[in-house]
Design a protein around this ligand. Structure first.
Ligand SMILES: Cc1cc2nc3c(=O)[nH]c(=O)nc-3n(C[C@H](O)[C@H](O)[C@H](O)COP(=O)(O)OP(=O)(O)OC[C@H]3O[C@@H](n4cnc5c(N)ncnc54)[C@H](O)[C@@H]3O)c2cc1C
Length: 425
């Protein structure tokens, strides 16, 4: 039975599935919504965060019949992709693979934003700050040189001269990536989904019921997935890109191997008329000495301070997203020390998110060991956002062409995450 969009939306609401009012108008207006027919797909992608959105986008571009499903909507506020901004940097120490993916992704993001006429990348540059003896600076320099990515090494004197608004300690040096910057995360994911829909991908707001852990005897394939409203989606292949929800969908397989933990970001107001902490004077920054990161003021939202604090495990559906007072105190003390001009800056906004960590912070991209047509994609581990385009293209190629994934992406290489440490990285 074919039903109109209005009726479809109503049906979802009545069935207790998330209301379609969550669907941003930007793609609701132009999108092609999946109807509750018995249509069968080449691929069903579950999860419209940055990983699922780019995977569906790239599969759609390859001519596959794709449906993308999300329980709360693309880059919703509970998802890991739902923040205002995410850093895109090339520095990954000696991990050349991620440097190359980041570089490739930067080009793809820029091409995408140019084609869809949306300025969602801010080329602020990224400044690493570290102690002079920090080995990651030498490793990053070597990798960036090898890959041919521009960067500058800054002595303490260079840092002071170039960025006088930063209170760098005498022991500190810098590494500056001029091509890097910040992605306007939530809107970027929604733009990717809108473009995927425009190119023929079906999209639906629906909660997917976790499939049976043990398939019926003799079967190694998943034929369909059940949705919260009682309907089902049939596909030849399934990609579960469910971010921090992934271990809940496959608890036996991923419990303890992907562990969501709390992450917090604060946005502080600049003094009126003060442009020292806004782009272009202030770059996006990562401070290795304190495990903090942030962006300059972008679009007037405030100066962002993020803390790589790993608290206890975090339930993405239900846990409190009210800021922790100790974290705010830490952020304020850090601000007074590193950015003295913002010592008394008022807190404008804060966000509580979650990292979905693997033991080694490598992503999970692999087939389900018992279901040969099911792929598991996640474990963003606090650094996945930037890689959306490269990851989407990679997963699409594996689904279409086959072949083994890199060893570090495999499920077999994921250990149990130890009790969360205070700081990560
Ligand atoms: C505070 C913070 C700062 C970060 N900073 C950076 C950064 O600077 N740079 C960077 O590159 N990365 C950063 N990251 C990491 C990055 O945001 C994540 O790695 C990335 O967004 C993960 O995307 P994802 O698609 O895997 O998951 P998500 O964005 O969480 O998407 C998963 C989706 O699956 C859906 N879903 C789950 N279960 C179901 C179901 N049963 N049925 C239907 N849908 C379902 C959810 O609704 C959700 O929309 C940061 C993360 C945090 C928390």
């Amino acid at each position: 039975m074919t039903i109109g969009r209005r009726q479809f939306v109503k049906t979802l609401g009545v069935a207790g599935v998330v209301l379609a009012s969550d669907i941003p108008q930007s793609f609701a207006a132009e999108g092609r919504f999946a109807e509750k027919s018995q249509k069968s797909y080449d691929v069903a992608v579950i999860g419209a965060g940055v990983f699922g959105a780019w995977t569906a986008h790239e599969l759609g571009r390859s001519g596959k019949k794709v449906i993308l499903l999300d329980q709360y909507g693309p880059a919703n506020s509970r998802s890991s992709s739902g923040g205002e901004t995410r850093i895109i940097r090339m520095g990954y120490g000696a991990k050349e693979f991620y440097t190359r993916w980041s570089w490739r992704s930067l080009a793809a993001w820029k091409e995408f934003f140019a084609r869809t006429a949306q300025p969602l990348f801010q080329n602020t540059g990224v400044l690493w700050m570290a102690d002079a003896g920090d080995p990651s600076i030498a490793k990053t320099s070597a990798t960036l040189t090898k890959v041919g990515i521009p960067f500058e090494l800054l002595s303490h004197a260079d840092l002071q001269k170039r960025f006088p608004q930063i209170g760098a300690e005498p022991s500190m040096v810098g590494l500056f990536e001029p091509e890097s910057g910040a992605l306007l995360a939530r809107r970027a994911v929604q733009a990717v989904v809108a473009d995927a829909i425009k190119n023929g991908v079906d999209y639906r707001v629906a909660a997917v019921v976790p499939p049976a852990v043990v398939p019926p005897a003799g079967e190694r394939r998943l034929e369909s997935i059940a949705l919260g409203d009682g309907s089902a989606v049939t596909a030849a292949k399934f990609v579960f890109a469910c971010g921090p929800w992934l271990p809940r969908i496959f608890p036996e397989l991923l419990g303890g191997k992907i562990v969501p933990t709390r992450g917090e970001e604060f946005f502080f107001g600049l003094p009126g008329g003060d442009s020292r902490y806004a782009t272009p004077a202030m770059p996006t920054w990562i401070d290795n000495t304190t495990e903090t990161f942030g962006t300059p003021d972008i679009e007037g939202r405030g100066f962002k301070v993020g803390i790589d604090l790993h608290g206890p495990s975090f339930d993405p559906d239900r846990d409190s997203r009210t800021v922790n007072e100790d974290s705010l105190k830490f952020a304020r003390e850090f601000l007074a020390r590193r950015f003295p001009g913002l010592r008394n800056a008022p807190l404008l906004e804060n966000r509580v998110c979650q990292y979905e960590n693997t033991t080694n912070e490598d992503f999970l991209i692999d087939r389900h060991p018992a279901l040969e047509n099911v792929w598991l994609v996640g474990g963003g581990s606090g650094h996945g956002f930037k890689h959306g385009p490269a990851l989407g293209a990679y997963v699409a190629a594996k689904l279409i062409e086959g072949g083994e994934v890199e060893p570090f992406f495999r499920l077999s290489n994921k250990g149990k995450v130890e009790a969360p440490s205070i700081f990560h990285r």
